[in-house]
Design a protein around this ligand. Structure first.
Ligand code: PLP
Length: 382
């Protein structure tokens, strides 16, 4: 029986009260008071140019891909070790995907590999700040500027995190966030597109509102709204954003607890495990920790399997994730035009050996101690 789950959604207090308020206000469709409060929160706190709350990070990525204006044959560089949506959005817009490997030190994109993947056809570079830990942004921003690429940050895991003191999500022309229940700040299903390039603001709003200029209509700029462009219904209802506002109000509190749990894992495991060749989540000197996830890199696939079983046998659910996208059935059968798939050894290594430990607000200090003791016992280090 599982007594410590992998994730447990945390209610910070006012979520249901705000939902009731939204319902009683008589307006529960999208782009109302709570949606705007959430968007302003991110614009003011992090200085993002314009924020649009979406129904998911997947949808924010879909919007970003539409805004890239891709033409047939255009290439988009994406990491292989990431969630499906990071790549899917661009494939759907017709891009040829060019998969990048992760670095040897952590699952983020290997900055050394980017230059070699850029061609005449490359239009955009998508990066993922894995576990909320910043990618090596100086080099990434420099490479994308030099080659005139659109830079998109998948910040699904990276809320409240920084690179050299600057918020993640503020480097790319666009960045995308997730409020899925497995992330730090949640609303069930939800996300956000942050747009830092003013040239994209207006079109983004049209795409968000089903291809119409309804937002201009709401502001009194036009007297009727009409079909202007492509788009979809990318905006959530006020019921969702009311919940999200309840979480955002408590964001600092949520972050404080998650970071404390992360630091406890790090303190108990990092040095002891690195002595025997097992690395853990780590924070580069230019980055900050946002307490999103904590992982171990086992020495083999088999070792990971046995450790998962050891923890599972003691009621603790630890999970692996991300099957390299360059090996996925959809990519191999439908998208890959080359004679073979690329060799991406680091991505494959994370796929086979990375193990994520439980991390959620209500996970208690004693429970973290217990999990760490079981891991050290497994490695005969206790
Ligand atoms: C969770 C996640 C997504 C998808 O987010 P949704 O809000 O569930 O659509 C995309 N990219 C990464 C890196 C993620 O971790």
């Amino acid at each position: 029986m599982i007594t410590i789950p992998f994730n447990k959604p945390f209610l910070s207090g006012n979520e249901t009260r705000y939902i009731e308020q939204a319902v009683k206000s008589g307006k529960i469709s999208g782009n109302g008071i709570f949606t705007q409060k959430c968007q302003q929160y991110f614009e003011q706190r992090y200085g993002f140019g314009k924020c649009l709350i979406t129904t998911s990070c997947t949808d924010a990525l879909e919007m970003a891909a539409i805004l890239c204006n891709l033409n047939p044959g255009d290439e988009v560089i994406v990491p292989s070790y990431t969630f499906v949506s990071t790549a899917l959005a661009f494939a759907r817009q017709g891009a040829k995907l060019v998969f990048a490997d992760s670095s040897a030190e952590n699952p983020n994109i290997d900055p050394d590999s980017i230059e070699g993947l850029i061609s005449e056809k490359t239009k955009a570079l998508v990066i993922v700040h894995y576990g909320g830990m910043a990618c090596d942004m100086d080099r990434i921003v420099e490479a994308s500027a030099r080659h005139h690429l659109i830079l998109i940050e998948d910040c699904a895991q990276a809320i409240c995190s920084q690179y050299k003191g600057r918020p993640l999500g503020s480097f790319g022309q666009m960045s995308t966030f997730s409020f899925h229940e497995t992330k730090n700040v949640i609303c069930g299903e939800g996300g956000m597109l942050a747009i830092n390039s003013p040239a994209l603001f207006h079109r983004a709003e049209v795409i968000w509102e089903k291809g119409t200029n309804r937002a201009d209509f709401s502001r009194g700029i036009v007297s009727k709204y009409e079909w202007m462009d492509t788009g979809s219904s990318f905006l959530p209802s006020e019921i969702t954003t009311a919940f999200l506002w309840g979480q955002l109000e408590n964001c600092d509190n949520i972050q404080r607890r998650r970071i404390a749990i992360w630091l406890q894992y790090y303190g108990l495991l990092h040095d002891r495990l690195s002595d025997i060749g097992i690395s853990t989540s780590n924070i580069a000197p230019y980055a900050t920790c946002n307490g999103h996830l904590f992982y171990l890199l086992c020495r083999s696939y088999d070792e990971r399997k046995r450790l998962m079983e050891h923890l599972g046998g003691n009621g603790i659910l630890a999970v692996s994730h991300y099957l390299s996208l360059h090996r996925s059935p959809y990519y191999r059968q439908k998208l890959n035009s080359g004679p073979s798939i690329p060799e991406l050894p680091n991505s494959d290594r994370y796929e086979k050996t990375l193990l994520r430990l439980p991390l959620y607000y209500e996970l208690e200090t004693e429970q973290v101690n217990h999990i760490c003791n079981l891991i050290l016992q497994f490695y005969n280090l206790s």
